[in-house]
Write a protein that binds this ligand. Sequence first.
Ligand code: CA
Length: 263
Amino acid sequence: MWNRMKFCGLVLVCVIGLTDQSQAQRKRVVVNGTDCTQIKTRLPQATSGVYVIQPAGVKYPFKVYCEMLVDGGWTVFQRRTGPEVLFDKKWNQYKQGFGNLKKDHWLGLKHIYALTKGRKKNSTLRVDLWDFEGGTAFAEYSDFRLGNEGEAYKLHIGAYRGNAGDAIRGTYAGIDQNGFGFSTSDKDNDGCSPCIFGDIAQNDCSFSNGGGWWFSKCGSADLNGDWHPAGNNIFWSSGIHWKTWKGPAPYSAKASRMMIRSV
Ligand SMILES: [Ca+2]
């Protein structure tokens, strides 16, 4: 930059020069598609990895990890495999995203919203779970979308299918997370003010269960709690929980993945 400045007679010219340069750099970003599903449809031999996408109506492209499977391209928005990335984060970090796309990460609520918004848009949510005993299970939901930030990125899901159970709707009546806004330790949309569980009064599901989630009194699913190692993964209130799959004692999974395929 200082070399450039030496050749600039006027500061104004330098500023214009730098602006032109940054615009040119921005233009060089190659957008691979609107989402991973479109990329896989256009290029069936595309392999899993990081791609740049730009959903309709989104001003700037962003990077995602695409899981290219035989049933289509899936845009990953959550992955847990170990303790390195802490998911105990505030609202703004859950909004923007965090972690490493190739490893553990949360893509960000604003990106998930962008991927699912629009009347013509229809997305399937897939949840994959791995236990410490070599087992795996999945849950899929049709018509997945989020509300906007003003609606606290309210969760909307349609029909369930899978073998992990419908933990979003819950292990008992009255704790359905469908229709609830997202909660973090600094943003409370959990429906508890307080909730009474036996002799415990619960005000803040994000605090007790850990991480950000669509808590609903507090509900049976939370894949953003603390990660626990093998042999020490049962009985934690904060964990990677899908309580229709393992129980009744809270079982924290070895790994999880959440992703979207557009229809
Ligand atoms: Ca509350």
